[in-house]
Structure formats: C-alpha cells, structure tokens
Design a protein around this ligand. Structure first.
Ligand code: PLP
Length: 462
C-alpha cells in the first residue's frame, strides 16, 4: 500500500515512511491509495481475538512490515491493557458502550499510541537514526503519547498543551513522568493555538528536516489504522449478543475527527455501519458542517469535555478528500480558503450532506444532566465526553438498528466534573491517586513558533 497527501503534493510513500513522516510535506494529511474492501472476510474474522484481528487489518495497510514482525508489536501494545478483551462491549440501557479506556492512561488514545511507540522503535532499530516527536494535546493525547514513548532509545517527545485548559489530573499524568526523553511545554493559549503551532512548525521544512520531526497526533496515519480495529471488534462482539443484527449505528464523541474518521473508513471497507452519529460539545463546527455544508471556525469555548474543545479538526481534511470526489486540487483550494477566511463551503442539494453521518451538539448543562441520569437510572458513571455521545445517541437512536456508543475515557479521569453532576461523588483510581504526590516537570512557554523551535533545538542538542 502506498500513501499520498490530501493536497496532492506527495505520493508513493510506503507505510513506514507515512508513519515516520506524520504530516505531509505540503501541509496535507496522508491517506492510503485505495480503501481495501473486506465485506467478504467478516465471517472469517468474526471469531479472531483482538490481536489477531489487528494483525489482519494492519496487513492490509502496513504491507512493508512482515506479519511475523508486526505480531509482537501488537501483542506488546495490548498486553498493557487491564482487561482480557482490550475493548469490551457492555450493555447500557437500550444501547451498547464500547469501553476504550482500559489502557495505561485510561483514554481511548492508548489503543493507538501504545502501538505507535512500538512501530517507531521497530523502524528506528532497522534504519538507525533518531526521531523527535512533537504533539499538541488538549489533555489525553499527551499522556497517552508519553506512556507510549517514555524511556525509548533514540526518541524525544515534546508535548504542547494549553495552560489551564486540561484538567489538573490530565496535566499531572504528563508532568509527573520523569523520563528525560519527555518534554512538557505548557503553552499560554488554547488548544487550537497549540495545533496551529504544530502545523506551523511542521510547515517549516528546513527545521523539520534538520530535526527529523515526526507526529504522534491523529494526523499520523498509524493512529487511524489502529483505531479501525475496534470498530470491527465492536461489530463482532455485538453479533455474539445479537446474532440477527445486520447493521449497526455508532455514536462517536468528536473533537479532531480522528476517531470518527476511522469509523468512516471502516464503513467504506465494508463493515456494516449504517450511520455514524457525530457528537460534539458547544464547540460545534463539525455538527454545523454536517447540517449545513458550511465549515466555519468559531471561538473556542472551554467545556466540561475538554478533549473536544476544538474548532479546527485536523482529520476533517481526510474526510474532505473523499467528500470532494478524491480531487486533491479541490481539497487544497478548500483548505486555503478556510485558512485565509476561516470558512469553507461544500455545495450540496440534498437535505443531508452525507448519508453516512448524523450530527448534533450538546451543551455543558446537558452534559451534566446526561451524567446524572446515567448514574441515577442505571448506576453507570460516564466520562463527560462519553456523556456527550450518550446524549446525542438518545436523540438520534432508531428502534430497529442496534447502537454502539464509544466510551472514550474512564470517568475517574474527570472526577471534578462528575462531582458537579453527582454531588458528593468521590471517584478514585489506583493509577491516578498517587500522581498528586509526585514532583512535576514542565516548561511554561509563549505561543510563538520561534520560541518553541528554539526550545526543541536546544533540547535535542543537549
Ligand atoms: C481525544 C478525545 C476525544 C476526541 O477524539 P477525536 O479523535 O479528536 O475526535 C473524545 N474523548 C476523549 C476522552 C478524548 O481523549
């Protein structure tokens, strides 16, 4: 399989090149040249365990890594999960929850980042050299990337996060890691500022090449690939409970469009996902887009679901490529217009922009209501992001189609918000409680590209 840029400026990359590159040189995102069709293999895959299923799916996309080499990378990645089935499907009041939070940092991002660390290491062992990684995080990517990369030889990781916009606990998950290949940059700005800085630094070709800079954000194709697997796993687990099901809907709490994009691809591969229900908080640029065709940047508001406080969703560009008929010129034009004017438009003349999607947003107040109701009626605690999804699912669910809601983080990660919804609730977790006693390592920095580049340069030289 070869990979190309959504903006047309790069093509013919192998999988390992795509993984090591992250963002394409022309500022676009990398996509596989074709989407493999697997509808006729579902019966055969139905009974595979999670790691074997991952092996089959990765073999389609990562064909320059031999299966025998890939197998232990997968096994090690998911051995760090605390459940035998890394992504268990559980019943929850008329729908299913797919629990994606059994990894070491208790959010779904572990599913991809535990694997990505192993992939980087495998490639570096063969090619030699070093890799410097830059990430922007609204909370969960940072800690998951750190957990996947701490202590790895030849790799340095720089994590930018917006000061005061992550929870203290999320911050501590990052800053209490003492490995000297990890650098936490606490940026005086919003997550969109961090993401803009990330794009700016990646767009600075000379710097990027000199420092061998790679990406761990969901712009990295390997993250999307790793996330495909649990959509398939969800379907197979659902079929065991409901053998007569012929299709399902999936509700995805969305920020950067990474998770839901993997679902979109799984659908195009032939997994019988009927609808993808896209759920956003008040930062609703994506919900507005799917209801109007207008992609228009708004102000970023801090919400109870901080991992979704995003207005400019980096992975949206991958979807746009398909929506615009696979025309890289049109993608480049759209993104240029959007970057200049803060608005882009896709013309459509049906009521629904894309039959695969339904989208809605949820207010902060409603998020708390959803948490309270799930707890009072069903005794289940949902993280605020999952609660946003649960609320949208309630609105858009259909009687005749089974629905899976992605549970993206463990509720204990957002204990303060849960206590707002359920007064008196005190959540603890054995992985999180010890963090408040540990020393922290972080550097405050202004949201200026030259300052951040200078910091990286110095740390790499040291
Ligand atoms: C990152 C994150 C999201 C959003 O995922 P995207 O891939 O950016 O859409 C949702 N919930 C939680 C808990 C997250 O950490």
């Amino acid at each position: 399989m070869r990979y190309f840029s959504t903006r047309g400026g790069q093509s013919g990359l192998t999988f390992t090149q795509a993984v090591m590159t992250g963002l394409a040189a022309d500022g676009g995102l990398l996509l596989p040249e074709r989407i493999p069709r697997v509808a006729d293999r579902l019966a055969e895959w139905q009974h595979l365990d999670y790691t074997r299923l991952a092996e089959e799916i990765f073999a389609l996309f990562a064909d320059d890594i031999p299966r025998e080499a890939m197998r232990p990378l997968i096994a090690r990645a998911y051995a760090s999960f605390d459940a035998e089935q890394p992504v268990p499907l559980v019943r929850h009041e008329g729908l299913y929850l797919l629990e994606l939070f059994h990894g070491p940092t208790l959010a779904f991002k572990d599913v991809a980042l535990q694997l990505l660390g192993n992939l980087f290491e495998w490639v570096l062992e063969r090619q030699g050299g070093r890799l410097n990684l830059l990430a922007a995080t609204s909370g969960d990517t940072g800690s998951a990337a750190i957990a996947g990369l701490r202590g790895r030889a030849g790799i340095k990781l720089f994590v930018m996060y917006p000061e005061g916009r992550t929870s203290r606990l999320q911050e501590r998950q990052m800053t209490t890691v003492q490995d000297d290949n990890i650098f936490n940059l606490c940026v005086d700005g919003s997550f969109d500022d961090c993401q803009r800085l990330l794009k700016g630094i990646f767009g600075h070709q000379a710097f990027r090449e000199r420092l061998q800079l790679g990406a761990v954000n969901s712009v990295n194709w390997a993250r999307i690939m790793a996330q495909l697997v649990y959509y398939f796993s969800a379907w197979f687990q659902l079929r065991r409970r409901q053998p007569s099901a012929t299709a399902f809907d999936v509700c995805v709490p969305t920020g950067n469009f990474g998770n839901v994009f993997a679902g979109y691809l799984a659908r195009r591969m032939g997994l019988p996902i009927d609808r993808l229900l896209l759920a956003t908080n008040e930062n609703d640029i994506l919900a507005r887009f799917f209801n109007s065709g207008r992609y228009e940047r708004g102000e970023v508001h801090a919400s109870h679901s901080p991992a979704m406080d995003i207005q400019v969703a980096s992975n949206f560009e991958r979807y746009l490529y398909y929506l615009l008929g696979g025309n890289t010129q049109r993608v480049a034009d759209f993104m240029r217009a959007f970057n200049e004017a803060g608005v882009g438009r896709v013309h459509y003349n049906t009521r629904q922009l894309d039959a695969a999607f339904r989208a809605a947003s949820v207010s902060d107040a409603d998020t708390l209501v959803a948490i309270r109701e799930a707890y009072e009626r069903h005794g289940r605690l949902l993280c605020p992001h999952t609660a946003v999804g649960r609320r949208v699912a309630e609105r858009l669910q259909r009687d005749e189609v089974p629905l899976v809601c992605l549970a993206t983080a463990h509720p204990a990660k957002f204990a303060e918000t849960l206590a707002l919804a359920v007064p008196g609730l005190r959540l603890t977790h054995p992985l999180l409680d010890p963090l408040s006693a540990l020393p922290e390592r972080k550097t405050r920095i202004q949201p200026q590209q030259d300052r951040i580049e200078a910091f990286i340069e110095e740390a790499v030289a040291a």
